[in-house]
Every structure is written in structure tokens, then in C-alpha cells.
Design a protein around this ligand. Structure first.
Ligand SMILES: Nc1ncnc2c1ncn2[C@@H]1O[C@H](COP(=O)(O)OP(=O)(O)OP(=O)(O)O)[C@@H](O)[C@H]1O
Ligand SMILES: [Mg+2]
Length: 507
């Protein structure tokens, strides 16, 4: 069988970085070809060459018998390639319907004049939205959707074009288990229709569940291509990272022992007037990491937004070491010792026109500032210290603190965001999907770092949609359903089934 696409000897250099070095890669009809590698290995760059966003420095691309030295975005679409980018590219100001058809409006002729066929658009949109599991009307503004729904919208966008080759660059970073299952069902249908799928993900379990072949990249070079069933998860990790990864990161003490430690942080009866969280209470003890599990929209992020002052709470109190905090905006939260790494990397995570150094310095500056954030001086030597410490601690792959954050790979951008909260040295850190897009080796380093923070008296709260992560790091796991905290489980003994059961049960 002929491949749908063949990329041969692709090299790409950016100033100061050789992102890809002579990579060959092909996609067969009816297969899922998984592409793995550490953050900055070159996965997204290779796929952006396929979608025409980047031009290769050398190499060629063969599609449908046509040979190209480079593709434009237009040719790429014409050759039947659709891509779901790692960074959300949906437009908040447009409706779902408009987003799905940006740049590809269906036309019909009216009295010989081409006009937009709105009926066709709506019918197609409805069926695709149903396929991916978006229940909102196509007229809903994308800006009103939650991050995971935006991600589904992004996937729907690729499906609308009826492409033969679909590239999914980390499509599941914000999706929970049931949504991932649905997406995988959809991918199987596309496979059966003869589509070729490229699948990039740092969620290791998914790779074997969905992949037919696996190609590994390391630092821009080709490691190999293997049938998925010929490799164990450990084999894949070793090929990617070059070492074995530890399984669990619990405290030395058990959860029962930890809850006897002093309470360092408490949220009491947190309630929002929009009903997204109701009467949520929890305590965090010295030395423990408390996790938050639940489906999308279960109220985890919504509770933390209220705790942090990003959204007003209609009732509830927050205590730090027994003292009630007065938080009505994030600035007040930061000043009183809280930090919150948010889920929406593009919207709230980092400033696009800032270097790594400037981004890392943002939160520590706010923490040090006076007069409501108006007072305080820029101090270059401090900035350099904060930045270099975090770049080293988190092993950020960049050309230096002066590199623009936006030019880093997705996982390395996430590390910069993590770095600014670590640099601020807050007493309590709320992490919403902290390891989103981060490779397995770096994840392990981050868990070790979080554990060290907890051991040094910092409070660590972690929301995650990856249950395996919660079950290997958190001493206790709070499970949410329908805006309420339903149960708190012991992280060492809880199971995925138990979490799923509580987060989906109706009572
Ligand atoms: N526009 C750009 N300008 C400069 N360097 C870039 C640019 N885009 C990517 N790079 C560099 O190319 C290398 C490969 O990045 P790429 O985004 O392909 O990695 P990745 O494998 O997708 O990583 P991740 O898992 O973190 O998403 C990185 O060192 C990155 O900093
Ligand atoms: Mg990437």
C-alpha cells in the first residue's frame, strides 16, 4: 500500500536551534501513527511543516504523487491535510459555527452567483458537533466555552474539512477520561474510512491504546519507527527519555498520619452564585499534596477561581494557617500568599510579547510590589536570578532567558508558567493541570519538585484530569461531581474505577 504522505529527510533550523535533523516520516491510509518525544524534540515543528506553517530548510514532501520542497498552508489543505494545533487556535470572538468554517465556507449558486450555503453549514456543523460531543448550539460564542470544549471544537474544525490526513497535536491535554474515550472512538471511525491519523500526546497510556505505529524523536533526530504492539510503555519511555521513570511520589507518611499534621490551608463552604460550585470545603495539612478529580465542569476549576478571587464567591471563607484571608481579586490572593497556575495557557498563562525572563519575573514582582501593584522597581539582577533558577530547576529547553516564550515548544512554555509561580515562592500553590503538555521525564521531575515544596511547608493543591497522575502523586484526592465535593479518597489506595464511579454517580 502507498503511504498517503511521505516526508523525506526533513531538516529545519531556527536561529540558534536545529529543530529537526533529516527526519523521514510517513502516514499510511487507515493507520494511527503516533509521534512521541520529549518537550522540544521537534514533533510540532514536523507537523507544522506538513500543514505549511513552517517551510523546511531541506527535505521533501510527497503527497498523492506530487513532490514538494515545501508546502503552503493552502496547498496543504488542498492535499487533504487537516491539523489540530497543540495551542488552541479557535477564535473566541466567533461562534462555534463560524469557527468550524473559517476560511472554508460552503458555497451554492443563487441565480448563477456563488453565495454561502448556510443550511449546508448548519447541517454539517450539527453532525460534527454531535460526533465530538459538544452539546452547545452552533451559535454559541467560542469565548463562552470551557477549555476542554474549545479543544473539542478544534477537533471538530479538522473534521469539517473532510481531510484524508488528520494531525492531532496533543488533542487530549484538557480532556477527561470519558472524553478521551469518545475521541478515540471517533479516530477509529476515521481509520475505518481510510484516513491516516498522526497522534501526538504525552499521556503515555493513550499511545498504546490508539497507535498502530510509533515514531520516536529525540532532540530533533530520528530514533526509530516501531509497530505499537512491539513496545511496552517502559520501552517507549526508555526510547524517549533514555532512562526509567519512578512510579509514585507519595509522602513518607500515610494519608492517615498526614491529616494529623496542622492544617495550613482551609476552604470553607465555597459557593458561587452561578451554581458551578456549592458548599465546597476542604483542609490541607502540612506536608500533604491534595488532588482534585472530576469530570469537566464538575466544579474543580470553578472552586479554585473563587478561592483565588478570580471570580467572586457568593459565600465561603478561606484560611491560611488559621487566619481568615480577605480575597476579592487575584492581586489580593497573591499578596496574601496564594499562587494559582491556570489551565488556559494561552489566555492567562504568559505574555506573548515577553521573553522567558520577563514572564518568569511577573508573579514575583506582583508579590513584592506595593500600593496595589503600582509601587516597586524593576530590578534586572533579581529578574536574572529568578529566571536562571527556574530555567535550571525545570530544565527549560530554550536558547536563554532572553528567548521569547512564544517560540518555545508547548511543554517548555508550560514550564515557564510553572517557573513564575515557583519563583514567587507562594505559601499555597494551586496548580490547575500543571503538567499539561509536559513530557514524561519532566513530569517526574515536577512531581519531585512539588513533593519537595510540600515537605518544606508549602501547600500544594493539584487539579488534574489525568487520574494516573493524581494516583501517583497526591496523598489525598477530592472527587467532584456536579459542583460539589463528593468524597476525599486516600491516594495510595484509591483506584481509577472508584474515582470514575464517584465523579459520574448522580447522588
Ligand atoms: N518559531 C520558532 N522559533 C524559534 N525556535 C522554535 C520555533 N518553533 C519551535 N522552535 C524550537 O524548535 C524545537 C522543537 O520544538 P517543537 O515545538 O517542535 O517541540 P515538540 O516536540 O512539539 O515539544 P512539546 O512536546 O513541548 O510540544 C524547540 O527547541 C523549540 O524551541
Ligand atoms: Mg509540540
Amino acid at each position: 500500500m502507498e503511504p498517503l504522505i511521505r516526508m523525506v529527510g526533513i531538516t529545519k533550523t531556527f536561529p540558534g536551534v536545529k529543530a529537526l535533523d533529516g527526519i523521514s516520516f510517513d502516514i499510511m491510509p487507515g493507520e494511527v501513527h503516533v509521534l512521541v518525544g520529549e518537550n522540544g524534540a521537534g514533533k510540532s515543528t514536523l507537523m507544522k511543516i506538513l500543514s505549511g506553517v513552517y517551510q523546511p530548510t531541506s527535505g521533501k514532501i510527497i503527497c498523492n504523487g506530487h513532490e514538494y520542497n515545501q508546502l503552503s498552508t493552502k496547498t496543504s489543505v488542498e492535499e487533504g491535510i487537516a491539523i489540530v494545533y497543540q495551542e488552541l487556535s479557535v477564535i473566541n470572538e466567533l461562534s462555534i459555527l463560524e469557527n468550524l468554517f473559517v476560511g472554508k465556507l460552503p458555497e451554492k449558486k443563487f441565480l448563477g452567483i456563488p453565495i454561502v450555503d448556510f443550511k449546508a453549514m448548519e447541517d454539517r456543523a450539527k453532525s460534527v458537533l454531535e460526533q465530538v460531543g459538544i452539546r452547545h448550539s452552533p451559535a454559541t460564542l467560542v469565548g463562552d466555552l470551557a477549555v476542554p470544549e474549545k479543544q473539542l471544537c478544534e477537533i471538530a474544525k479538522a473534521l469539517v474539512s473532510g481531510a484524508k490526513v488528520i494531525v492531532l497535536d496533543e488533542p487530549t491535554t484538557s480532556l477527561t477520561t470519558s472524553e478521551v474515550d469518545r475521541l478515540h472512538g471517533l479516530i477509529r471511525e476515521l481509520k475505518a474510512k481510510g484516513c491516516g491519523i498522526v497522534y501526538i500526546s504525552h499521556k503515555m497510556k493513550e499511545l498504546k491504546a490508539i497507535g498502530d505505529r510509533i515514531t520516536v524523536l529525540k532532540d530533533g533526530t530520528y530514533v526509530g519507527t516501531y509497530p505499537a504492539d512491539s513496545l511496552s510503555l517502559d520501552d517507549i519511555i526508555k526510547l524517549m527519555v533514555g532512562r526509567e521513570i519512578k512510579g509514585t511520589y507519595f509522602a513518607d507518611k500515610t494519608a492517615d498520619e498526614l491529616v494529623k499534621n496542622p492544617v495550613i490551608f482551609e476552604a470553607r463552604n465555597i459557593t458561587r452564585s452561578d451554581g458551578t460550585c456549592r458548599n465546597v470545603s476542604f483542609e490541607l495539612h502540612e506536608g500533604e499534596i491534595l488532588g482534585f478529580a472530576g469530570l469537566v465542569g464538575a466544579g474543580r476549576t470553578e472552586t479554585m477561581e473563587a478561592v483565588f478571587g478570580a471570580v467572586p464567591k457568593s459565600a465561603g471563607q478561606v484560611f491560611l494557617r488559621g487566619k481568615e484571608l480577605d480575597i476579592h481579586e487575584p492581586y489580593a490572593a497573591i499578596k496574601q500568599g496564594l499562587g494559582m497556575l491556570t489551565e488556559d495557557r494561552r489566555k492567562l498563562g504568559f505574555a506573548k510579547n515577553f521573553t522567558c525572563k520577563e514572564n518568569i519575573a511577573v508573579e514575583p514582582y506582583i508579590k513584592e510590589s506595593t500600593a496595589g501593584g503600582l509601587g516597586g522597581f524593576l530590578d534586572e539582577s533579581k529578574e536574572n536570578k529568578w529566571a536562571s533558577e527556574q530555567i535550571t530547576a525545570l530544565n527549560v529547553k530554550c536558547t536563554g532567558p532572553e528567548q521569547m516564550t512564544v517560540d518555545l515548544s508547548g511543554g517548555n512554555q508550560q514550564k515557564v508558567i510553572l517557573g513564575k509561580w515557583l519563583a514567587a515562592d507562594s505559601e499555597i500553590l494551586i496548580f490547575d493541570e500543571p503538567t499539561k503538555g509536559i513530557d514524561i521525564g519532566s513530569k517526574s521531575e515536577i512531581y519531585i519538585l512539588m513533593r519537595r515544596l510540600a515537605e518544606h511547608g508549602r501547600g500544594v493543591l493539584m487539579i488534574s484530569s489525568e487520574q494516573t497522575e493524581l494516583l501517583s502523586v497526591c496523598d489525598r484526592i477530592a472527587v467532584f461531581h456536579g459542583g460539589e465535593l463528593k468524597a476525599i479518597l486516600d491516594g495510595r489506595t484509591a483506584t481509577e474505577e472508584e474515582i470514575v464511579r464517584i465523579s459520574t454517580s448522580e447522588q
